[in-house]
Design a protein around this ligand. Structure first.
Ligand SMILES: NC(=O)C1=CN([C@@H]2O[C@H](COP(=O)(O)OP(=O)(O)OC[C@H]3O[C@@H](n4cnc5c(N)ncnc54)[C@H](OP(=O)(O)O)[C@@H]3O)[C@@H](O)[C@H]2O)C=CC1
Ligand SMILES: C[C@H]1O[C@H](OP(=O)(O)OP(=O)(O)OC[C@H]2O[C@@H](n3cnc4c(=O)[nH]c(N)nc43)[C@H](O)[C@@H]2O)[C@@H](O)[C@@H](O)C1=O
Length: 317
C-alpha cells in the first residue's frame, strides 16, 4: 500500500497529464515525488533509464511521458509516434520489472480501440478489428504498452495497470496550432480571432466526428485512485460517458470565448475516427467519478490560457 512517504516517480511530470498528477498527489500529502525533464533524462536511452530506476528505487512509477499530438501531428509523423513511444514505455516498463518495482501505472489512449468498434467502447473490444489510420502508429505503441503490463501482471503477479483516458484538456495543454488537439486549438483560434475584429475561424474536417472530453484534473484523480488501490484488472477506460460533435464543441467554445464571427470548415484536413465514446463503468464501479462538466472545464482552461500567454507560444514539433 502507498503512504505519504512513498517514493513516486512521475515520468513526464512537466506535461499536461504529469503536472496534473503531480498537483493531485501533492494536494493529497505525498511528499516524495520524483520528476526529471527530458533534458535531464531522455527516456529513449535504455541504459540511462535502467541506471535511474536502480538508483532511485521508486515504490511506484507513473508513465505519463510520451510523444503526444493531435490528428495532424500523428498523421504526419508516423515513425516518431510509433518508435519514440515504444522506446519510452519499453525502457520504463522493463527497468521497473527488473528493479522489482511493484506498482506501475501506464497511460494509453482511447485510440487503441478499433475504428468501427461498437459504442460505447468496452475494454474487451481491444484487438477485435483494424485501427484508425491517422493514429494507428501511436495506437500500436500504446497497445504494446498495455500488453507488456498485462504480461508482467499475468506472469509475475505484479500490480502493473493500464489506464486509457479519452481526449484530455486542461492547464498546461499544448496550444500550438499545428501539433495540438482540437480543444486547445479552438480556444486559441477563437481567442485570437475575437481580438482580430471577430475574424472568421477555420476549423478542420467536417465538424461531424464525435469526441468525449475529460478535464485532466479528473484523470489525475483516477491515477491517484490507482496509486492508492490495487485494481483487480489490467485495463480501465477513463472517460465521462458523454460525447459531443466537433461542431457542438466549436459552438460551446465560441460562446465561452465570446467570438462573434463566422466558422469555416476546412475539408482538406482529416476527420479521423467518426466516434470513440468509452464505457468507463468498470473504473466508476470501483469508486472513481469525474467532476467537471465540459462547460466548466472549458471555462477553467480558458482562464488558465489567458493567464499564461507566453506558454502557448511554445515551438511546434
Ligand atoms: N493529451 C491528450 O488528449 C491525451 C493524452 N494521453 C496520454 O497521457 C500521457 C501524457 O500526455 P500529455 O500530458 O498530454 O502530453 P505532453 O506532451 O503534455 O507531455 C508529455 C511529457 O512527456 C515527456 N517526454 C516526451 N518525450 C520524452 C523523452 N524522450 N524523455 C523524457 N520525457 C519525455 C515530456 O517531457 P519534457 O516536458 O521534460 O520534455 C512531457 O512532459 C501520454 O501517455 C498520452 O498518450 C491519453 C489520452 C489523451
Ligand atoms: C487523444 C487523441 O487525439 C488524436 O485523435 P483525434 O481525437 O482525432 O484528435 P484531435 O483532437 O486532433 O481532433 C479531433 C477532431 O477535431 C477536428 N478539428 C477541428 N478543428 C481542429 C483544429 O483546429 N485542430 C485539431 N487538432 N483538430 C481539429 C479534427 O479534424 C478531428 O475530427 C490522436 O492523436 C490520437 O492518437 C489520440 O489519442
Amino acid at each position: 500500500m502507498t503512504h505519504p512517504e512513498s517514493r513516486i516517480y512521475i515520468a513526464g511530470h512537466r506535461g499536461m497529464v504529469g503536472s496534473a498528477i503531480w498537483r493531485a498527489l501533492t494536494a493529497k500529502g505525498y511528499t516524495n515525488l520524483i520528476g526529471k525533464t527530458s533534458k535531464e533524462l531522455d527516456l529513449r536511452n535504455q541504459q540511462a533509464v535502467i541506471d535511474f530506476i536502480d538508483t532511485e528505487q521508486p515504490d511506484v512509477i507513473i508513465d505519463a511521458a510520451a510523444r503526444v499530438g493531435g490528428i495532424l501531428a500523428n498523421n504526419e509523423n508516423p515513425y516518431p509516434f510509433l518508435m519514440e513511444n515504444l522506446q519510452i514505455q519499453n525502457n520504463l516498463i522493463d527497468a521497473a520489472h527488473k528493479a522489482e518495482i511493484s506498482k506501475f501505472i501506464f497511460l494509453g489512449s482511447s485510440c487503441i480501440y478499433p475504428k468501427f468498434a461498437p459504442q460505447p467502447l468496452k475494454e474487451e473490444y481491444l484487438l477485435t478489428d483494424s485501427l484508425e489510420p491517422t493514429n494507428e502508429w501511436y495506437a500500436i505503441a500504446k497497445i504494446a504498452g498495455v500488453k507488456a503490463c498485462e504480461a508482467i501482471r499475468k506472469q509475475y503477479g505484479k500490480d502493473f495497470v493500464s489506464l486509457m483516458p479519452t481526449n484530455l484538456y486542461g492547464p498546461h495543454d499544448n496550444f500550438d496550432l499545428k501539433s495540438s488537439h482540437v480543444l486547445p486549438a479552438m480556444l486559441r483560434k477563437f481567442h485570437e480571432a475575437k481580438a482580430n475584429n471577430n475574424a472568421p475561424v477555420s476549423l478542420w474536417g467536417s465538424g461531424t466526428p464525435m469526441r468525449e472530453f475529460l478535464h485532466v484534473d479528473d484523470l489525475a484523480q483516477a491515477v491517484l485512485f490507482a496509486v492508492e488501490n490495487v485494481l483487480p484488472e489490467h485495463l480501465y477506460n477513463v472517460g465521462t460517458g458523454t460525447d459531443v460533435t466537433i461542431k457542438e464543441l466549436a459552438e460551446t467554445i465560441q460562446r465561452i470565448v465570446g467570438h462573434q464571427g463566422e466558422l469555416v470548415w476546412d475539408s482538406s484536413k482529416p476527420d479521423g475516427t467518426p466516434r470513440k465514446l468509452m464505457d468507463s463503468s468498470k473504473l466508476q464501479a470501483l469508486g472513481w467519478a469525474p467532476n467537471y462538466t465540459l462547460k466548466q472545464g472549458v471555462k477553467d482552461t480558458y482562464n488558465w490560457f489567458k493567464k499564461n500567454q507566453d506558454y502557448y507560444k511554445k515551438v511546434s514539433i
